[in-house]
Design a protein around this ligand. Structure first.
Ligand SMILES: [Fe+2]
Length: 547
């Protein structure tokens, strides 16, 4: 097990031609670009948690039926500092690190003063964000790193705080039809307030308004939602959008800021400052995108932990939104490296199975409706929203499917009515061994699995001129637990989940988290960005630093 989770992975800097079996559809041209932790030991020091590992980018470039693979560590400031010191010197969420281990408790106490809201890591290991023509490796801190999607080179470090007052941000932004980015972050005790900030980054900026090249400089605050608690904001990993609304869950899985402020001095990780309050409620915030204001009705449901929203859409007089929900926060606990040992399958059992839950929220609450009445009138769901005497509305979900994570959809249906969820199958173990297609309409599933294969998040790529929602293919990077079997890129027909092709590469591939597909034939075998692009980037970087 340590081979997969704990062993540092080697980079594959030059494109490596994969062995393709089967037939890749001729229309499938582009690059699957993904991100995840690849290094957990630096010198003699080791991260505590799998999600702390140093970001390793990898890509599969598909062109004319051939596939080339490459991988490269993100040269973040964190990576560089660790490698230079030959030990972990930058803290990650589950690992507190000290730059100078010789300093005594007094100097630690002194340092603590500057760690109330720490300068977080730029080890951007979770996802890839597209912003205009640029690509960024992302994590959940205030930093993102621009990358070259073709060479996997690390470019400038961007601090969200230059553009919007946030300390944390999600790694799961949304994109509208124009490619504008909508994301959320948390502003902690800024001017005496803690709030959740929704912000928008335009994909392009009109020439007349361009001061610098980066659209990030034109980031605008879309809406702010005050946190229910100044010193313990909710943790959230993603959010949902429908055509006219934004769905944000303020869940009782919270970060204790006071504990966080003393964590450095106490020698504990920031992860230890998170707690799930099962006696509390989950508040459902609905923001009207047209007015940029939250809907005033208080909607809530029972305590739960959600990492991934699947989709949301409007039907009749309500919003339906789908999430992968847990009864507790056991998922994070299971990924401590100490648990991911040879007894993994016995030790690492989720105490709550991730479940696809559908919620329904009424958009207009009749003040005269009877207390206890169900305000949901659409026939397509059994989810309810019960009116309470203080005009609050208690939402109870419909459980659609048990045992799935890392959901993806055909993104053309994001915010709209949809039918299919593509996901990794996760039962009691947090490690997926199959990928599945769940049909919300028929409540049926199709699955793909093979012995000794651990699939990554399945990503849907639409076929050109697609008519049906599932006209396209599924891409998933498959890690092999059998040393005799090479890892591979799996290509499935998204309609029937049959294998079209696989592209095997003789490398030690890491388990990744998230990523995206860049269609087209650009750059796949290019080894370096053209000189003029590099010059523009350098100029933009300089402009940004002067802003
Ligand atoms: Fe995620």
């Amino acid at each position: 097990m340590d081979l997969i989770f704990g062993k540092n992975k080697k980079e594959q800097l030059e494109p490596l031609k994969a062995k393709v079996t089967g037939r890749i559809p001729a229309w499938l041209q582009g690059t699957l670009l993904r991100n995840g932790p690849g290094m957990h030991t630096v010198g003699e020091s080791r991260y505590n948690h799998w999600f702390d590992g140093l970001a390793l980018l990898h890509s599969f470039t598909i062109r004319d039926g051939e596939v080339h693979y490459r991988s490269k560590y993100l040269r973040s400031d964190t990576y560089n500092a660790n490698i230079e010191a030959n030990r972990i010197v930058v803290s990650e969420f589950g690992t507190m690190a000290y730059p100078d281990p010789c300093k005594n408790i007094f100097s630690k106490a002194f340092s603590y003063l500057s760690h109330t809201i720490p300068d977080f890591t730029d080890n951007c290991l979770i996802n890839i964000m597209k912003c205009g023509d640029d690509f960024y490796a992302t994590t959940e801190t205030n930093y993102i790193r621009k990358i070259d999607p073709w060479t996997l080179e690390t470019l400038q470090k961007v601090d969200y705080r230059k553009y919007v007052a946030i300390n944390l941000a999600t790694s799961h932004p949304h994109y509208d039809g124009a490619g504008d980015v909508l994301n959320m972050g948390t502003s902690i005790v800024d001017k005496g307030k803690t709030k959740y900030v929704i912000f928008k980054i335009p994909a392009t900026v009109p020439e007349a308004k361009r001061k610098g090249k980066s659209p990030l400089r034109h980031t605008e605050v879309f809406c702010s939602i005050p946190s229910r608690s100044l010193l313990s904001p909710s943790y959230y990993h993603s959010f949902g959008i429908s055509e006219n609304y934004i769905v944000f869950l303020e869940q009782p899985f919270r970060l204790d800021i006071l504990k966080m402020a003393t964590a450095y001095m106490r020698g504990v990780s920031w992860a230890s400052c998170m707690a799930f309050h099962r006696e509390d409620k989950t508040y459902i915030h609905i923001i009207d995108q047209r007015t940029r204001k939250p809907v005033p009705t208080k909607f809530y449901t029972d305590a739960m932990v959600v990492f991934h929203h699947v989709n949301a859409y409007e039907e009749g007089d309500c919003i339906l939104f789908d999430v992968i929900a847990y009864e507790d926060n056991s998922l994070y606990q299971l990924f401590y490296l100490a648990n991911l040992n040879k007894d993994f399958e016995e030790n690492c059992r989720l105490t709550s199975v991730p479940t696809l839950r559908r919620f329904a929220v009424p958009l207009h609450v009749d003040k005269n409706a009877e207390v206890g009445s169900n305000l949901i009138k659409v026939a397509s769901t059994t989810a309810t929203a019960l009116k309470e005497k203080d005009d609050q509305v208690y939402c109870q979900p419909e459980a659609l499917y048990e045992g799935l994570e890392l959901p993806r959809i055909n993104y053309a249906h994001n915010g709209k009515q949809y039918r299919y969820v593509f996901a990794a199958e996760v039962q009691w173990s947090p490690i997926p061994t199959k990928i599945l297609k769940y049909d919300i309409l028929t409540k049926s599933t199709l699955k793909w699995g093979e012995e000794c294969c651990w699939p990554a998040e399945p990503l849907f790529v639409p076929a050109p001129g697609a008519k049906d929602e599932d006209d396209g293919i599924i891409l998933s990077a498959i890690v092999s637990t059998d040393p005799q079997k090479a890892p591979f890129l799996l290509i499935l027909d998204a309609k029937n989940f049959t294998e079209l092709a696989r592209a095997s590469v003789a490398v030690e591939m890491h388990l990744d988290l998230h990523g995206l597909f860049i269609p087209g034939t650009d750059g796949g075998t290019r080894s370096q960005a053209p000189a003029e692009t590099q010059a523009e980037e350098a100029a933009d970087c300089q402009a940004a630093s002067q802003a």
